[in-house]
Design a protein around this ligand. Sequence first.
Ligand SMILES: Cc1ncc(COP(=O)(O)O)c(C=O)c1O
Length: 411
Amino acid sequence: MRMVIEDAVREAGNDPIFAVAAKADKRIEEVGRDKVINSTIGALMDDDGNLVTFDSVYDVYKNLPDDQISNYAGIPGIAPFREKVVDACFRDKKPEAYIEAVATPGGTGAVRHAVANYTNPGDKILIPDWHWAPYQTIAQENRRSHTTFPLFNEKGAFNMEAYEKAILDLLKEQGRVLTILNTPAHNPTGYSLTVPEWKEIIDFFTKTAKEHPEWRIILLVDIAYIDFAGPDARDFMPLLSGLPENVLPLFAFSASKGYTMYGLRNGAIICAAPTQEIADEFAASCSFSNRGTWSNGSRGAMQALADIWSDEDKLNRSLDEQKENYELLRARADAFLEAADEVGLDLATYSDGFFISIPCDNAKELADKLMEEDLYTVALKKGLRFAPCAVSEEKCRRAPALIKKALDELK
Ligand SMILES: Cc1ncc(COP(=O)(O)O)c(C=O)c1O
């Protein structure tokens, strides 16, 4: 007998990533941390396997008066957060547009609101073939579905041709499209769209939107990893200025990685709207969605981020800590890339970020085989995900040879 509605019947069981991570932990207990490469975790870990937490964030958070942590944040989020999160998102690269922010529990909440408010029930959202799996979950949970386009062309760059086709197909079918681009430092490949690629995308949106004023193009830029993507990471942002009225850029801002606030659930959905009217409509719809889902977010986390961005010393300390950890991650990724090159291991194009992917058809088999070598990875549909965010530089240098050997043995 079933009690849930047909639509809500779900498979039971643990998340497969957590299941592999548990195996890695067990193995570490048996043979010691040095011998095991646990690259399953999607958070920045130090070389001893402990979660990195920023002092510049927690010194502020833990010194907040209790009532500032405890109180409700108001439905759209506290006013200082809504103002300062815009600076945290764009820094000195703010587009010329009508900008509004509504607090959400992490970037996940922003994705949810974009799906719920900018697509019709039954619509398909557009995501690349390599993607963060929860986009599918969020679409499904909200009674939508998804379709994909190949992220890369044969040169390993953004597949503009396939992207244009997919957008046009959906516009013809639905009259509107919500496209999610997770850039810079895409999960799971580490790809960042280049500025010329951005220009091409924006030109295409502009042309299409002008030819069809009845269509709606909504672009959600998921910037979850932006603060680990180097000093040029925001160069594309000003390009999203002066767009036609029927193109709406949205940003999913997350404080999980850039401020190590993972479990505090802090983020925002931000619009860079072409008109004030569209920005006001955005704020009203997303605030209503807050009330109708989680009501409001974590007040202390919002206050801490607002305080950091309101005080020069606090901000400099925070940006220094981000930079220091970006460099740690960069050194690990470079070690992996160099070693991959030496052994001839092919990778999906990596620019920056927490993850590197190895394209293959048999990722599950490969991941199982690598566990015999005490290397724990995540098997995806399109390949294997390695997480330099979670392992030391020495282990990043060691891993490619193990992966190449296992791949060759499986051939
Ligand atoms: C691609 C991508 N987008 C968004 C998120 C959102 O994370 P959060 O909801 O913790 O901000 C994540 C987190 O893993 C992610 O990998």
